[in-house]
Design a protein around this ligand. Structure first.
Ligand SMILES: *[C@@H]1O[C@H](CO)[C@@H](O)[C@H](O)[C@H]1NC(C)=O
Ligand SMILES: CC(=O)N[C@H]1CO[C@H](CO)[C@@H](O)[C@@H]1O
Length: 461
């Protein structure tokens, strides 16, 4: 045996190296394809349309003014009827306003939580008979109730105010959300003006001509430019009414996510997470808010959420996402044929760029890779938050490492030690070198390169 090994070793090595180079070439091509095309199936999946990733075209415009805009992601039940109907009650909204602007008072027929992506502003909320005003800055989370009238300002001279909202609809139809303008909104009258004039005269105890003059002054825009004095006057009030005039109302001031200690952090990224333990106002929404900052060229170890849907928005940077899905690609005919063929998962792979939205359903393994260069910054909402757990499938905290040796041997068909070498091969945790950087690191290590080639051979590449 030994002799044969000695004779064949050079041949084997040669073979291993040639296989390595073709495998690597293939990988490089795949990687490039993945980065270039928006969706790519690859060998594991044939589906090219990713029902979990949404771009600019998936938003509908609600306010489009000279000084800003409000957009809402279309209903999940219409964007992805076969896969995301269960979260049709949730909508994702985005508000962007220019420096020194006033965002008209409105109320929504939906409960919401706002997260400030960028800028400096203030929000006033008319709630339970009084007004609360709070300054807002990057990382702030604030709850706005269904029916609370709110308005916002941007205090900054030079930066946009960008806010993302998770809306939990409770209005007339599942997923519908409407804004009700108190003083005239987007190309529309206010709701006051929609009442009959006779009723309004009596209700406001004001004569018709005076009412008409009053309403004629209203701007028909959702977001308007405001003078510095006016902005200053409103800004000065913010933070003053904390705690509220009522002895029993709790302070609803915002919670800053980014000032909380990161729940995971290393030189490749960090993540901040907040739930109702940090900010009680998230309790009834049963939601969690998180922000991940992944350094360029790094990745998030494969993971899944046990119960929660994760709705995420790419704030900055680019990269790609892989979601492993058992549903997509199983068309109706395939559904009928099921049971005959082997079980197959589809790998849904999509390029992410600033403004991309994606959803990861519970149980679905996924991973995110940051493009080289800029950090990939992602904010996400997760719901239901209660009893949800984030499970990692790679890295030091790979859950599968917890299996007994005997179970590993039975499950993977190799010796426990060999299973441990693979399952526990990655010593990093949560944020890891991405595929490109990993390969470069490997190349820089002579012995590691050999190990890699042997693995390739035994994996039958
Ligand atoms: C993300 O990390 C980059 C680089 O460390 C930093 O400049 C940026 O401010 C971070 N973003 C947030 C929101 O913390
Ligand atoms: C932080 C802050 O308040 N920034 C600006 C907000 O807007 C006012 C009015 O224009 C400025 O004076 C502040 O510098």
């Amino acid at each position: 045996m030994k002799k044969i090994a000695v004779v064949f070793l050079p041949v084997l090595l040669l073979l291993a190296f040639s296989l390595l180079s073709t495998a690597e070439q293939k990988r490089e091509e795949e990687f490039r394809d993945r980065r270039l095309s928006r969706n790519s199936g690859g060998p594991a999946g044939e589906e090219t349309d990713n029902p979990y990733v949404f771009g600019e075209e998936s938003f509908e415009s609600r306010v489009r003014s000279e000084h800003g805009r409000v957009r809402v992601l279309k209903k999940f039940s219409s964007l992805s009827p076969h896969y995301l109907s269960r979260i049709e009650n949730y909508r994702l909204g985005l508000l962007e306003a220019d420096p020194l602007t006033f965002i008209m008072p409105t109320h929504l027929d939906a409960d919401s939580v706002f997260y400030v992506i960028e800028g400096e502003g203030a929000i006033s909320i008319l709630h339970e008979g009084s007004r609360e005003s709070h300054s807002l800055e990057r990382g702030d989370i604030i709850r706005v109730w269904s029916g609370s009238i709110f308005y916002l300002i941007n205090k900054s001279h030079d930066r946009k105010l960008r806010i993302v909202k998770l809306l939990q609809t409770g209005g007339t139809n599942p997923g519908d959300v409407e804004a009700f303008y108190s003083a005239g909104g987007e190309e529309a009258d206010s709701y006051y003006q929609s009442f009959s004039i006779e009723l309004l005269e009596a209700a406001l105890n004001t004569r018709r001509d005076k009412l008409q003059r009053f309403f004629a002054q209203h701007k028909k825009e959702g977001i308007i430019k405001a003078s510095e004095e006016k902005i200053r006057a409103i800004a000065q009030q913010s933070g003053k009414s904390e705690g509220g005039p009522w002895p029993f109302t709790k302070s609803k001031k915002p919670f800053n996510l980014l000032r909380k200690r990161p729940s995971h952090q290393n030189n490749r990224g960090h993540v901040h997470e907040a739930d109702s333990n940090d900010y009680e106002q998230l309790k009834d929404l049963n939601a969690r808010v998180a922000h991940a900052n992944i350094s360029g060229g790094s990745m998030v170890a494969a993971f899944f959420n046990t119960r929660a849907f994760r709705i995420a928005l790419v704030e900055q940077g680019s990269g790609y996402l892989e979601i492993i899905c058992p549903h997509v690609g199983r068309g109706e005919e395939k559904q009928r044929e099921r049971g005959q063929g082997s079980r197959k998962y589809t790998r849904l792979s999509s390029v992410l760029s600033e403004g991309s939205v994606y959803v990861i359903p519970p149980g679905h393994p996924a991973s995110i890779v940051a493009g080289r260069g800029k950090n990939l910054q992602i904010m996400c909402f997760e719901m239901p938050a209660e009893n949800n757990e984030l499970v990692f499938l790679a890295g030091k905290n790979n859950i599968l490492r917890e299996m007994e040796d005997a179970a590993k041997e039975l499950a993977f068909g190799v010796a426990a030690k060999a299973a441990d070498e693979v399952l526990g091969g990655q010593k990093g945790e949560v944020f890891l070198p991405g595929p490109e950087e990993w390969r470069e690191e490997i190349r820089g290590h002579g012995d590691m390169a050999l190990e890699y080639s042997v693995l390739e051979v035994s994996a039958g590449f």
